[in-house]
Write a protein that binds this ligand. Structure first.
Ligand code: PLP
Length: 458
């Protein structure tokens, strides 16, 4: 499909930032399976979730009916500091690939946290403040979520306790220092500060940690400390809701310039940027108004969609969270130590899991050296040093554009450029030195993770 010439960078006007978030669940015929209490197996209610999450966020988590949810003014005003984000026509990349495809990317790296995560962090901090809480706890992997949350907490004057996956704490000291600059208290996970941390260290001595462990620790601290709640930067339906700002801006920009995407691509860790980017497009698809080829890209070393099971599992290693039906590699799954590129979570957003199971989107898995090759091509053509996570989407966008070169199709491809890679230079160093390796887990490796999934009889 051909599109008229568009500017290199499409910036919306400030007043064009959408005033509401879009709740995809309202348009889903098959709703995502409910989160359940691991003991009673009953669907979680707002009352069940309230000891862990802020009240308003519990409501949003369970809201499957309201299509539009108003963005509070304080959050909207904060959004205006770094939004609208540009939709960029990647003309230099297209030229380098010599492809008839048109490639656009929605760039979410224009804020200090360097990623889209600020879109939800500011919302979650706002609702915690509204509720009169003292602070929040969370986990962070590579550090983008912790950084985004520490910025948001600093803005609203909230305490922020971050459990950071140990391997990242040690390998990514700079992100840790950004968090501390914004006032966050950062602890490497697993740690001796929690019961679950002590247990994990006893049973897995020398472990470099995982998001699952860090979640368990952060939840434990939130539920044991007066005036604290836990917040999560991905996977949850409320996070996808907040991230819908990405897709809505993209849709407005497309409509304004007559761009109609054929393919929409996003990297998938827990699914929040992808869920946000595709939201209004998926809405059209769900309502039967339009069709798009929607692609999730995951690392071959952590292949939840492409090789995982669609079953109920815990969201954390310590089994303290509610259980969710999602594509999972098992809550004990830890990606191989040579995996450098983020997107390490064992599970996937229940919303995206249901959409994937119902055939509304597809998924591909890519290996990390090819991801960094794509990152290098992108940096050299479009100028931006991409985050390794985002580079998964770049890889697949390039592959799709190269397919168009073979077939002569003039497809329009939009991908999510979720962030910048300035704090990921250890991984870039490995790539540049030629010491980066790929790891694809064997079926036996995956069986070990699957063995940790309890049989809930659901
Ligand atoms: C966290 C992160 C991701 C992956 O998280 P999702 O919830 O799957 O979006 C992707 N890109 C960047 C830059 C991130 O920080």
């Amino acid at each position: 499909m051909s599109t008229p010439n568009t500017p290199y960078k499409i910036y919306l006007e400030e007043h064009e930032i959408p005033k509401t978030w879009y709740n995809m669940r309202a348009d889903m015929k098959n709703k995502p399976a409910p989160m359940r209490h691991p003991g009673t197996l009953q669907p979680m209610t707002v009352e069940d979730l309230e000891p862990v999450f802020c009240r308003e966020l519990c409501e949003q988590e369970l809201n499957e009916t309201d299509r539009e949810i108003e963005i509070p003014k304080e959050i909207y005003d904060f959004y205006k500091m770094y939004r609208p984000s540009p939709l960029v026509h990647a003309t230099f990349l297209q030229k380098a690939l010599d492809t008839p495809a048109k490639i656009y990317y929605k760039f979410e790296g224009n804020n200090t946290s360097g990623s889209h995560k600020l879109n939800s962090a500011i919302a979650q901090a706002y609702y915690a403040k509204q509720q009169g809480l003292k602070g929040v706890t969370t986990e962070t992997g590579a550090g983008q979520w912790g950084t985004a949350l520490s910025m948001a907490c600093a803005f609203f004057g909230l305490d922020c306790k971050v459990y950071m996956v140990k391997v990242s704490y040690e390998q990514k000291p700079f992100r840790r220092e950004v968090m501390r600059t914004y006032g966050a208290d950062v602890t490497p996970s697993p740690s001796m500060t929690t019961e679950i941390g002590k247990h994990i260290l006893e049973t897995h001595p020398g472990t470099t940690g995982s998001l699952g462990c860090a979640i368990s620790e952060a939840v434990e601290v939130a539920t044991k400390s007066e005036g604290y709640r836990y917040v999560l930067g991905s996977v949850l339906s409320q996070v996808l809701l907040h991230q819908s700002i990405i897709g809505q801006e993209t849709k407005i920009a497309c409509d304004k310039y007559g761009i109609r995407p054929d393919v929409i691509i996003g990297c998938a860790g827990g699914g929040s940027n992808l869920g946000g980017l595709i939201a209004p497009f998926m809405g059209e698809k769900l309502r039967g108004e339009a069709d798009y080829d929607i692609v999730a890209v995951e690392p071959a070393s952590c292949p939840s969609f492409t090789r995982g099971r669609y079953v109920y599992d815990f969201c954390d290693t310590g089994m303290v969270t509610p259980i969710a039906k999602m594509y999972t590699l098992g809550h004990d799954f830890i990606p191989s130590a040579n995996h450098a590129g983020g997107l390490r979570f064992h599970g996937m957003s229940p919303i995206l899991s249901q959409l994937y199971a119902d055939g509304f989107m597809r998924a591909v898995a890519v290996e990390q050296t090819s991801v960094f090759q794509a990152a290098q091509i992108f940096a050299r053509t479009e100028g931006i040093l991409p985050a390794p996570e985002s580079s998964h989407a770049i890889r697949t966008a390039i592959d799709e554009a190269l397919k168009c070169k073979e077939t002569g199709e003039e497809k329009t491809i939009i991908f999510g450029l979720t962030g910048t890679g300035y704090f990921d230079l250890v991984a870039y160093e490995q790539f540049n030195n030629g010491t980066m390796t790929d790891h694809i887990p064997t079926d036996e490796d995956l069986e070990r993770g699957f063995a940790s999934i309890p049989d809930f009889g659901l």
